[in-house]
Design a protein around this ligand. Structure first.
Ligand code: CP
Length: 328
């Protein structure tokens, strides 16, 4: 693997999930692989989980990790081509990324969307410039349109919990029903997490691992490229009926780009709504706004997987970095 920007960079999805679970069971088995290798983790936006889990994954593989919050600690970056740099930007992305490529063997980049210019955001212009000008393998730490390390950790969590069911024989050959449900929020959030989750779950559905349903209010349709084969309904109760895993996430409108279309009353997941699921387990990528996106009655209960899901970010990152190190 030379790049990790989406599920399309992974040759075998069930195999990378198994690799991650093997690494979870034996985290330090490959310490020689990363010896004298350096990963640079570059953040243009805030992070808790991605920063800590990816750094830990690299250390588990014996790597050095350099972390930079470039939005706060670096020179102001110019990302456009062909402009006279007589404004506030001090350094062009061409030189900045090129220099990072000199110091590192692998680069991780986090670059959120503007949510004001759909074409520019969905072209992944900034992200692609880091890939082009660094000249080294790049891992997405969340781009304008995708968050693949999160989605891989989500799939690992689903597989892990489905396999560990109290009566595995009852589940043999049975696919879990996985539901992505929109949730209310006060801010306009990117589509990156739901796009990416949908893309990975659609691939897992093609592989026969799960059945996948998306539910959201009218106006919150995701771009079709991320949802091939998914069942999509505006009826949340219909989607939740019999669900085994419920993935809760807010996103702003894709078609009315970056807009919050309503207060989303009635869409927050609660214990009352869980009653129509198949004793469903609830997931969220975090950070989560309690009692707005997701009820405290779920977050504080055994029905929530959010902490274990965040824990699995380490093994997702470690499986990906290991795959890249093996190709260096
Ligand atoms: N889920 C996630 O990516 O968390 P951070 O934004 O804190 O990294």
């Amino acid at each position: 693997m030379k790049l990790f920007t989406s599920v399309h960079d992974v040759a075998n999805v069930p195999a990378i999930v198994k690799e991650a679970l093997d690494l979870k069971a034996n985290p330090f088995a490959h310490q020689e692989l990363g010896k004298n290798k350096t990963i640079g983790l570059i953040f243009l936006n805030p992070s808790l989980r991605t920063r800590l889990s990816t750094q830990k994954a690299a250390l588990n593989l014996g790597m050095n990790a350099i972390v930079m919050n470039i939005d706060k600690e670096g020179w102001a970056l110019e990302t456009r081509d062909g402009v006279v740099m007589n404004g506030t930007a001090v350094e062009h992305i061409r030189e900045a990324a090129g220099v990072m490529g000199e110091y590192c063997d692998i680069l991780g980049i986090r670059s959120f969307p503007s949510l004001t210019d759909k074409e520019e955001d969905y072209s992944e212009d900034i992200f692609n410039k880091f890939i082009k000008y660094s000249g080294i393998p790049v891992v997405s730490l969340e781009s304008a349109t995708r968050h693949p390390l999160q989605s891989l950790a989500d799939l690992i969590t689903i597989v892990e919990h489905w396999q560990a069911a109290p009566s595995p024989s009852e589940r043999a050959g049975v696919r879990p029903k996985v539901v992505l449900t929109w949730a209310p929020h006060v801010k306009a959030l990117p589509q990156a997490v739901p796009n990416s989750f949908a893309e990975w779950m659609c691939k897992a559905q093609q592989e026969g691992m799960i059945d996948f349903v998306i539910t959201h209010p009218e106006g919150y349709e995701l771009a079709e490229q991320f949802t091939p084969g998914a069942k999509i309904t505006y009826n949340q109760d219909e989607a939740l009926t019999g669900a085994d895993f419920i993935y809760v996430k807010n996103w702003s409108s894709y078609h009315d780009y970056g807009k919050v279309l309503s207060d989303g009353e009635g869409w927050m997941m609660t214990q009352e709504k869980l009653k129509i699921t198949n004793k469903g387990k609830v997931m969220h990528c975090l950070p989560v706004r309690r009692d707005l996106e997701l009820g405290s009655d779920i977050l504080d209960s055994e029905d929530s997987l959010v902490i274990k899901e965040a824990g699995n970010r380490v093994w997702a990152a470690q499986a990906v970095i290991k795959g890249i190190l093996e190709g260096l």
